[in-house]
Design a protein around this ligand. Structure first.
Ligand code: S6P
Ligand code: ZN
Length: 198
């Protein structure tokens, strides 16, 4: 039986998704994200020993209009050079754009946001926090803690994911790196603003 054929409930806890069969499981390793980290020597050094798993996400995909997709992402702790493990980050596709809600279930994170018009924001993620991502805002999550960062996400089912626009801009405006008193957001020198942006 496909779990989406009948109503169901899950507990709001980090292990919830282990109890059913997700329709999609994606694992991203360092080899999938070499271009995303700025310290290329650190990338090469780690890859020479092992292809580290950075995060995984499990999804139940809603494929029809007015359906909802939802998923659970686990970002494992660690750094590549001085950047924390993070997701690729994406815009939702322009044609079928839609908002998204994240609920943090475990760990400490930062949510980096960038609107198509060039506005930017960084929000803290901590256990019990709910983040509302407006339609049109790209989003990347970063694990800034010592344990897994686990969060639930809910978004319109028909929405696609646009990773290319992030790559074209050279990433997000901010990088999250360790500081003396905890994680800090610094300017990303490879990020390029479009001329029409604010
Ligand atoms: C989907 C939602 C999340 C991400 C997941 C992995 O709209 O934002 O489920 O897909 O956290 O991130 P990414 O950027 O590799 O898709
Ligand atoms: Zn998304």
């Amino acid at each position: 039986m496909n779990v989406t054929e009948l109503p169901f409930k899950l507990m709001l806890e980090p292990t919830a998704f282990k109890s059913f069969q997700a329709t999609k499981r994606i694992v991203r390793r360092l080899s999938d994200m070499q271009a995303y980290f700025r310290d290329k020597d650190a990338v090469d050094e780690i890859l020479a020993n092992s292809d580290r798993m950075l995060y995984e996400f499990l999804e139940i995909e809603g494929e029809e209009n007015q359906s909802l997709s939802f998923g659970m992402t686990t970002i494992f702790p660690g750094t590549i050079g001085n950047e924390f493990h993070m997701t690729k980050g994406h815009f939702h596709t322009l044609e079928e754009d839609g908002p998204e809600i994240y609920v943090t279930l475990q760990g400490q994170g930062k949510l980096i946001l960038l609107s198509r018009a060039g506005q930017e924001q960084v929000l803290d993620m901590e256990v019990g926090s709910i983040s509302y991502i407006l339609a049109g805002w790209a989003h990347r999550t970063v694990n800034v803690g010592q344990e897994d960062l686990v969060f639930l996400s809910i978004w319109p089912g028909q929405v696609g994911h646009d990773y290319a626009s992030i790559a074209e801009r050279g990433g997000f405006p901010k990088l999250i790196v360790p500081g003396e008193n905890g994680p800090v957001a610094i300017e990303n020198s490879t990020f390029s603003r479009c001329e029409e942006e604010v």
